[in-house]
Design a protein around this ligand. Structure first.
Ligand code: CP
Length: 310
């Protein structure tokens, strides 16, 4: 049995294939807890988990909280707008003060790429990266891997197309690294202004058209345009974006007939993804959300848990 010896979850880059397999197996074993009439196990009783979110979140924040509560941990959350960060306290000072209250894990989302790594250097609690700037979103990458593994059995050899704002998407980075590590062939496509130079170094193939990216794809991952990270307009209009880069029923004909459509959320319907496809039987978008709870239970357990998980 592979031993998981990470104190922090900072990036997909840090995780080996064996680590990823163990996380996915552990998540599968925890998934059933969420369908019990009493959705609670005592595994993390007495543990304290703090969520520190400096950017908005629906799925990540809530699923970490649900995951922790289902394992009986004590959870606390603090939003930047109601914290003393608004009075000028630095991130490291905030984290040091939270650490003085002896949490076991601090989960952080921040617009600064590298903020979880910075905290990991300065404080004693375990740190989980819940999305840092344009860098990584490892728990999202893991739940995406879990969803595809459930649907396809094995990731090795699959063609995964990732479409959209690759440059500003931390999900894209974690997905490219994770899917490549697990043996998939990752193809990316988007406006040339949203494809970062050197992205091939992560193992992705940059395509010249949407048709080429989707041709015989097993998985089509669509991404939101991260307007909050773009200073100047990087494409002419949303209407043009939708017509050249949006995934719809017509372009999906290029993919395999049993291709999965995914999206990390939130979706801008009619821009990167047609509602027709988002709500179709090939969409596993809500399965991704369900698996988010299981993956986050697994991460909390592997970092600070132990003993009998049931
Ligand atoms: N996928 C994701 O990170 O969603 P939230 O921003 O709602 O957490």
């Amino acid at each position: 049995m592979h031993r998981f010896d990470h104190k922090h979850i900072l990036s997909m880059e840090d995780l080996s294939r064996e680590d990823i397999s163990l996380i996915l197996q552990t998540a599968e074993s925890f998934k059933e807890i969420s369908s019990r009439p009493i959705k609670k196990v005592p595994t993390l009783r007495g543990k304290t988990i703090i969520s520190l979110f400096f950017e908005p979140s629906t799925r990540t924040r809530l699923s970490f909280e649900i995951a922790a509560k289902r394992m009986s941990a004590d959870t606390f959350s603090i939003a930047a707008s109601t914290s003393s960060a608004v009075k000028g306290e630095t991130l490291v000072d905030t984290a040091k003060n939270l650490t003085a209250m002896q949490p076991d894990i601090i989960i952080i989302r921040h617009s600064f790429s590298g903020s979880p790594n910075l905290l990991a250097k300065h404080i004693s609690a375990s740190i989980i990266n819940a999305g840092d700037g344009t860098h990584e979103h490892p728990s999202q990458g893991l739940l995406d891997l879990m969803t595809v593994t459930e649907q396809k059995g094995d990731i090795k050899g699959l063609k995964v197309a990732i479409i959209g704002d690759i440059a500003h998407s931390r999900v894209a980075h974690s997905d490219i690294i994770g899917f490549t590590k697990m043996g998939a062939n990752v193809h990316i496509y988007g406006p040339s202004t949203l494809i970062p130079p050197g992205i091939e170094n992560l193992g992705a193939t940059v395509c010249c058209s949407l048709q080429e990216a989707l041709q015989d794809a097993d998985v089509v991952m669509t991404l939101r345009i991260q307007k909050e990270r773009q200073k100047d307009p990087l494409f002419p209009s949303l209407r043009e974006y939708a017509s050249f880069f949006g995934v719809n029923r017509r372009i999906m004909e290029a993919a395999k007939p049993d291709a999965l459509v995914m999206h990390p959320g939130p979706i801008n319907r009619g821009v990167e993804l047609d509602p027709d496809i988002a709500d179709s039987t090939c969409s596993v978008i809500l399965d991704q959300v369900t698996n988010g709870v299981a993956v986050r239970m697994a991460l909390l357990y592997l970092i600070i848990g132990g003993g009998d998980k049931t």
